[in-house]
Design a protein around this ligand. Structure first.
Ligand code: ARG
Length: 624
């Protein structure tokens, strides 16, 4: 209902100007405006929206809030078209104005969404085009595992949350750069390359890709030798220097190690249907010296015991340690690379991305790292006035015992095993259910449903938590058919789409609940005719209408606050509101007029669930 909110806000502005011309003009001269403080109603019994501005304006206008509210309402009601939009406004308490949208207007809004593949969500791309200005790209820096090291559950969280944020921003029309800031540089390559040269020298002399096998095991072996063998250690140190100096053999070894890691990561991304562009730390190597020079020139750099650092301005909450940009041995840090990345991301092309919003999805443990580098970048003048830098932190993944997630034998959990287990368990659940329901399905069906549900459960369990808190990983909970889970929502969608389809068999409504995009390409003429006379009477119908129309506001909230769990809660509540409606109001057996309107609600509910799940990166099913 954002478009209605904007329309009301515009009307309130006009009414304020008419009721209090002198004060409005004075505000305008100051470059501001009188504000009616319009927002969603705090309780359903107050209507749809409330305007609280009369209270704040009392002092400025030297009048009682209720007097202000009364004058405002009078102007609102006198304006052309207001009575088509709103019921008579109610003044409540000390001077709140409660506003209820006319049923006809809400019904018309439902009808228009049924023909709109965007379901009422406006496109930032179209808006900026209409205003004749360009839309800057948004960067989401997520996943970002480290080469040759374990990709752990923290990276999985980043991958899932980052992908969903990117999907929401893309849907809003932004060009999103999905950047995988992999850790592909650093002193660990000294020991890895030394080990590689010794155990698989043939890899360096053939043109073909050599399978280096399990890189995590490889890393462990290299590390063990590094820790126990002094000769190995000094060779490894020399190797770091060679690599940094651009020695071709060392570089080839480095490339091989990165390629091997990339293949392993890619399997996981493919499985989860996640696309990412790799731009690892090494990309910024040539830019590091300029970062230090720039900081030096702006007077931010302080030499501290041979290291070059920037001391941070005290933030209100806590004192942050200085950001070390160059160590006393001349080496650069993780922070230096991030500074170079920030500088590049905001800079104009060709040597930059020209982004205006850069989002980092990592565990909360990196919060002070980002607070530090953001501050340094800002003080260095690399962030344009309209540029936004945001760290999106998330909590730890814990086992059901509340401790760090581990396998039964105490090892770290491999992500592949974790996804395999989710799919296996979902398959077992499905087979049990089929047996109970005495259904027989093809093996292909079972595999497909088990795979979709298993992976969806892992994603949704992660996304539905408030990401800031630690989260307890539980297969049983995430795969449950009841509660705020992926299986519950997928099942609700199957059922609702089925109802809409059943109604449609009589030729009334086209097919809803297709997978793929087919659900959105419908014969709009047919639908316009059909849904032009939507009528709702029952409170359960209105509750569902209002919830459905709240979809655009939720998307706007996720875009702003970067909290996918808001979308999850919305979808979960939607299916509950739907269930109440469907349990208490006849649909398929209703008289024709009511039946059409109710089927329209089924259809829009199915469309909304499907689009919403899609934005969470969760594909839907036709049957399960
Ligand atoms: N590779 C890092 C890690 O595994 C995460 C990188 C996050 N992105 C960034 N620009 N620092 O912890």
């Amino acid at each position: 209902m954002l478009s209605i909110l904007h329309e009301l806000n515009d009307r309130l502005k006009v009414a304020l100007g008419q009721a209090f011309p002198a004060a409005a003009a004075a505000a305008e001269a100051e470059g501001s405006a009188l504000d009616a403080q319009l927002g969603p109603a705090s309780k359903p019994e107050f209507g749809d929206f409330q305007a609280n501005g009369a209270l704040a304006l009392a002092k400025r206008l030297g009048m009682q809030p209720r007097v202000i509210a009364t004058a405002l309402v009078e102007k609102l009601e006198a304006a052309a078209g207001f009575s088509d939009l709103c019921e008579r406004p109610q003044i409540a308490g000390p001077g709140f104005i409660n506003l209820t949208i006319k049923p006809e207007r809400l019904a018309a809004e439902v009808a228009s969404r049924l023909q709109d593949p965007r379901l009422g969500v406006s496109s930032a791309a179209e808006e900026s085009e209409a205003q004749g200005r360009g839309l800057a790209p948004v960067i989401v820096d997520f996943s970002s595992p480290n080469i040759a090291k374990e990709m752990h559950v923290g990276h999985l969280r980043s991958t899932i949350i980052g992908d969903s944020l990117a999907r929401v921003l893309e849907f809003r029309g932004y060009q999103v750069l999905r950047l995988n800031h992999v850790g592909d540089w650093g002193t660990q390559f000294g020991m890895l390359i030394t080990h590689l040269k010794q155990v698989a020298p043939e890899a360096l002399s053939t043109a073909d890709a050599v399978d280096l096998g399990d890189l995590v095991a490889f890393y462990r072996q290299a590390k063990q030798r590094f820790d126990s063998d002094e000769a190995f250690q000094s060779t490894a140190r020399e190797e770091v220097v060679r690599l940094q100096g651009g020695d071709p053999v060392s570089l080839k070894a480095w490339h091989l190690l990165c390629a091997q890691s990339r293949r392993e990561f890619q399997q996981l991304y493919d499985r989860l249907d996640i696309s990412l562009n790799e731009r690892g730390e090494s990309f910024y190597n040539p830019l590091l010296a300029a970062v230090v020079a720039d900081l030096e020139a702006s007077g931010l750099l302080v030499s501290d015991g041979g290291a070059q650092c920037v001391f941070l301005e005290e933030s209100s909450a806590h004192k942050l340690p200085p950001v070390i940009v160059q160590k006393s041995d001349g080496g650069f840090n993780y922070a230096t690379t991030d500074l170079a990345a920030i500088r590049y991301r905001f800079a104009a092309p060709p040597a930059g991305d020209a982004a205006r919003r850069v989002i980092y999805v990592t565990d909360a443990g990196q919060a002070s790292h980002f607070a530090g580098v953001f501050q340094v970048a800002r003080r260095a003048g690399w962030i344009p006035a309209d540029g936004r830098l945001e760290h999106v932190p998330f909590g730890l993944v814990q086992g059901e015992d509340g401790k760090k997630l581990k396998t039964r034998s105490g090892d770290t959990v491999r992500l592949k095993d974790l996804l395999d287990e989710a799919v296996e368990r979902s398959e077992a659940d499905l087979r049990r259910r089929l047996q109970e329901e005495q259904r027989s399905e093809s093996e292909e069906f079972i595999q497909q449903v088990a795979n979709t549900v298993g992976l969806a459960a892992v994603k949704y369990a992660d996304l539905s938590q408030n990401r800031i808190t630690n989260y307890q990983f539980s297969f049983a909970r995430m795969l449950a058919l009841q509660g705020n889970t992926a299986p519950y929502l997928l099942y609700a969608l199957v059922r609702i789409a089925g109802i809409a389809r059943k109604g449609g068999d009589a030729g009334v409504i086209g097919d809803a609940g297709n997978t793929g995009d087919a659900g959105n390409t419908r014969d709009s003429n047919q639908i316009t005719g059909l849904f032009s006379k939507l009528q709702f009477h029952e409170p359960q119908e209105w509750a569902l209408v209002r919830h459905l129309l709240g979809f655009d506001a939720v998307i706007a909230e996720v875009e702003e606050e970067l909290l996918p769990n808001r979308l999850c809660s919305y979808l979960f509540e939607l299916s509950q509101v739907f269930n109440r409606f469907y349990d208490q109001v006849p649909v398929l057996k209703a008289p024709p007029e009511a039946r059409n309107s109710r089927l329209a609600l089924c259809r829009l509910t199915a469309d909304t669930l499907k689009l919403g799940l899609g934005l969470l990166g969760i594909p839907t099913l036709e049957r399960m």
